[in-house]
Design a protein around this ligand. Structure first.
Ligand SMILES: Cc1cc2nc3c(=O)[nH]c(=O)nc-3n(C[C@H](O)[C@H](O)[C@H](O)COP(=O)(O)OP(=O)(O)OC[C@H]3O[C@@H](n4cnc5c(N)ncnc54)[C@H](O)[C@@H]3O)c2cc1C
Length: 525
């Protein structure tokens, strides 16, 4: 190793340009903070791994300006077909499950590799290039910065002085390990397999097909292209513990459940992986942050992994950007861990329960999987309340930060109305005297705080931190607002990530100023 001469100064060093790191880097760059983003590999990953993009992620993609690309390259998931013992049992429709709740009412099937390519291209458009073949090898935290050492493609090391380091470096996170942050949890006994295949069979085209069997399940996700299916499942017990396993050896067990007419014409990628449930003991250690798989890993049940990492990044980015630009005190950064750790803990518990139930052994487990679950789920999804609850949970639009120090609901706000900490609901509202109705999410600018005011005159606010949106007083707006429990005068100050910071009734500029000051935010540059 040759000693570096003069250290390079960066605001944020992002380690790992997989989904989480790419989202963080994009969000920082569009907020005017140029990150240094590095990866030890020679280029983007070739394997799809996660395949489901949830509605909340799509909403963020829309703000970022990449949602059209994602939709163009992905497939809308319109339903789950449940099969057992060779027979089709039920369909769980979710084509419009989130109708009225999100501009993206279903889910998108799009490989992680494609998500990474789209975000990587966007980042390049913002003037930031990933430094490939560049590895973080060491760092030490100093009072006002982090001294990091990275190994470059030529094998030489380079010194970096970073104000902050974001560990988006996966389950074996060197950032977490170098920081000696524990990662307690345990592995599951099950081993998953994943294969990108070309196949024909009983699968309902363009929909997700789930083959439930005595010991587990095989999931077929439709991918773009003729007969392309991503198959994920639990490896039969007798095949576990083998490093040399090939897809052909798993095929017979899939065919046992999915029918003899299933034929695989090609397999472009096959891998097995053990799954764990673990969460880091801390998501922040002074100037170091952990995000995505570096902070939490869990069973893929519910297709939450990649999406949760993206939400971590969206939560941290606006805070880091404001602090880096001197627009907020450093204490704002502590709210990242305070808000995201409970989300990860809940996720670990819920995916653990769901997964354990779905792989439980014995007669009950088998009956549950093959007989009860398809009927129960199919019936449940015909009940409006169950559908809504399922969408809120799985799509991640129901995640809230009500207990955060950034969430303040004032006296008078109706219980049924959005509360501080909630993602503000998706509404169609008029803001012009001519009554023209707008999609609120298209109107909101996630580079700023947004103040939504209803039932009162538009206030003037000082500084450039907050954008004001005053809904016109008319019957259409009143009906739309009543749908989400808002009646009479109300105001909502939304954080840049769309969550409500301050909720009140009659707007008072001094209350908002105090709120911003309490959060360590400055209204003007
Ligand atoms: C085989 C497989 C299948 C999966 N299938 C699913 C699925 O079906 N559904 C689902 O939701 N999830 C799935 N997952 C999990 C999903 O892929 C992860 O949740 C997701 O990749 C997490 O993204 P991330 O950006 O946080 O970390 P990662 O994708 O792990 O990326 C970490 C990055 O950091 C880089 N890095 C590490 N150390 C250093 C260093 N010292 N210096 C520089 N760079 C470094 C790595 O090269 C890598 O690019 C699967 C995972 C695997 C392994």
């Amino acid at each position: 190793m040759s000693a570096p001469t003069s250290p390079e100064n960066v605001d944020v060093l992002v380690v790992g340009p997989a989904p989480t790191g790419l989202m963080l880097a994009n969000q920082l760059a569009r907020r005017g903070v140029r990150p240094l983003i590095i990866d030890r590999h020679s280029g983007p990953a070739q394997q799809s791994r996660a395949v489901v993009v949830q509605a909340r992620t799509m909403e963020i993609y829309a703000q970022l300006g990449i949602v059209e690309k994602a939709i163009e390259q992905g497939l809308e998931g319109t339903g789950f077909n449940m099969w057992s013992q060779g027979r089709w049992r039920a369909k769980i429709p979710f084509g419009d499950i989130g109708k009225g709740l999100s501009p993206f009412p279903s889910l998108l099937v799009l490989g992680q590799d494609d998500n990474e390519l789209i975000m990587g291209a966007h980042l390049k458009g913002l003037g930031v290039e990933v430094q490939w073949n560049t590895e973080l090898v060491a760092f030490t935290q100093q009072p006002g910065h982090v001294d990091a050492t990275i190994r470059q493609p030529d094998g030489k090391t380079r010194a970096i002085t970073a104000r902050y380091v974001a560990g988006c470096d996966g389950a074996r996170s060197p950032v977490r390990e170098l920081s000696r942050i524990g990662f307690p949890g345990a592995p599951y006994e099950h081993v998953f397999y994943v294969a990108d295949t070309e196949a024909n069979g009983s699968m309902v085209p363009n929909e997700v097909n789930v083959y439930l069997w005595r010991d587990g399940f095989h999931l077929f996700f439709p991918m773009r292209g003729k007969d392309r299916w991503r198959v994920i499942g639990i490896l039969p017990e007798e095949l576990r513990g083998r490093d040399d396993l090939v897809f052909a050896e798993v095929e017979p067990s899939i065919r046992d459940e999915a029918g003899a007419n299933l034929s695989f014409k090609a397999c472009a990628w096959f891998s097995t992986y053990r799954i764990y449930h673990r969460a880091a003991e801390k998501f922040q250690d002074r100037r170091i942050f952990l995000l995505g798989d570096a902070a939490h890993i869990h069973s893929p049940a519910g297709a939450q992994g990649m999406n949760t990492g993206l939400q971590d990044a969206y939560n941290l980015a606006w805070k880091l950007a404001l602090v880096a630009q001197g627009r907020a005190d450093e204490r704002l950064l502590a709210t990242y861990a305070a808000e995201r750790m409970p989300v990860a803990q809940r996720l670990l518990k819920s995916t653990d329960r769901l997964f354990t139930l779905f792989v439980s052994k014995g007669l009950f487990g088998m009956l549950l999987r093959t007989r009860l679950a398809p009927r129960f789920l199919a019936f449940g999804m015909t009940v409006e309340r169950v559908r809504r609850l399922a969408f809120y949970t799985i799509s991640q639009i129901g995640i809230h930060y009500r207990r955060s120090s950034l969430s303040k609901t004032l006296v008078g706000v109706a219980e049924r109305a959005p509360q501080a900490g909630d993602r503000f609901p998706w509404l169609q509202l008029g803001f012009q005297p001519n009554g023209q109705v707008e999609d609120l999410y298209r109107r909101l600018d996630d580079l700023h705080f947004n103040l939504i005011v209803t039932g009162q005159a538009a206030p003037t606010v000082s500084g450039d931190l907050v954008r004001v949106h005053a809904a016109t007083a008319n019957a259409a707006n009143a009906t739309e607002l009543a749908r989400v429990g808002i009646a009479g005068p109300a105001y909502y100050l939304l954080r840049p990530d769309g969550h409500v910071g301050l909720a009140g009734t009659l707007f008072d500029a001094s209350v908002m100023s105090r709120y911003l000051a309490d959060c360590g935010l400055r209204a003007s540059a």
